[in-house]
Ligand binder design. Sequence first.
Ligand code: GDP
Ligand code: IMO
Ligand code: MG
Length: 428
Amino acid sequence: MSKADVVIGCFYGDEGKGKVIDYLAADADIAVRATGGDNAGHTIRVDHIKYAMHLIPSGILSGHTVGVIGNGVVLNPEVLLEEIANLKAHGYDVEHYLKISDKAHVILPYHQLLDAALEKLRAAKIGTTGKGIGPAYCDKYERSGLRMEDLYAPGFAEKLQYLTESKKALLKFYDPENAVIDENLDFEKLLAAYTRYAEELKPYVCDTLTFLHKALEEDKKMVVEGAQATLLDIDFGSYPFVTSSNPTIGGVLTGTGLSTADIGNVYGVIKAYSSRVGEGPYVTELLDGIGDRIRELGHEYGTTTGRPRRCGWLDLVALKYARRVNGLTALSVNHLDTIGRFDKIQVCVAYDCDGTITEDFSTNLDLLGRAKPVYKELAGNFGELAGCQSFEELPQAAKDYIRFIEDYIGIPVKFIGTGAEREAMLIR
Ligand code: GDP
Ligand code: IMO
Ligand code: MG
């Protein structure tokens, strides 16, 4: 009986999880997404083709890995069908390599409209991706959501009609100026569209829990593809500037039906610096020319929304928190090539909260707002990393940088990203 390895983002997302998954998928039979929806954007470069994966697990790009969309995902069928079409156009045999949980919740157009309306009303904006994620999870927990299996069940049309009418009323309350509500939420059109989506997706829909457990029982290799990240977690992130799911280890279990006994390695992914897209606290953010330089060197623009990402130095206080919350067993550090372009690198090793020095992260917004990073300066200027095939071949300063992270966090760095391409990854 095998165990599933898990890949989790440690910071505010976009750490390069897709690239690590892509590496692990080379040796995996199954890659499963547990949480989130098309707010995620995982970039993988294969043979100079760039894939931006939002819903389908990136692992499918290996060509021999079954991508599973777990029950914890909120799924926009229109986006999914576009992704399927794109993969097919690139020669992927999606029919045989994609499975969708019958219990995944479905995103409908009223979720996106509500997302936009609520964001407009908020005094302190979250900066959501506008994909309807929050409202879809609200419906799930309020028990008025539609699951994939509901699209095929008797009474679907009546349910959809009731939901459409009630959401229309809600939207007109939140956003009375919005002239497109009636047009975008025409029941007959929605019914026709979602009946067609249901038909097209039917071959993929199944009981993924049983599929995943049987696969482990048959000793298949499995990897869980984390989306979003620890500090965006609805419970453990910088609430309310978070997403509406648990992208941490707990969400892996509830979003797949795997149990604690099924989990193997838990890989935490970070960049050698940090970034955040959207609003909310960010202790090591650099609002100066250095932040701009990181953004340009690292091409830090959102995969999903194209927004420029906020950038800053690496925050080891936050990383230690991510290790604790997720039980990380090893790390992947990406963008060593990017950080190595700086002469001197700062790494945050503690927070100074009005004179009190702490190495313990807190999600209290007041504390986070007052916390000043305490930095340790490390040598940069790593030089060319492209030719390095192993950790040992890295320049001394690059090795020291990695070892510094390991010593502070107390777990090994197993994967090191030295460029955006699939091959630019050192394994230890
Ligand atoms: P994810 O959401 O965690 O999968 O990350 P994204 O794909 O949204 O963002 C990570 C970005 O960094 C992508 O553009 C990747 O191609 C790129 N990337 C990942 N690892 C490396 C690396 O080691 N070096 C460089 N230069 N780029 C990387
Ligand atoms: P990946 O998987 C970075 C952020 C949004 C916003 C907040 C809430 O690519 O790392 P939502 O639309 O989820 O309600 O937005 O969460 N966010 C992400 N930021 N990477 C992501 O995913 C994100 N998914 C959501 O920018 O601040
Ligand atoms: Mg991303």
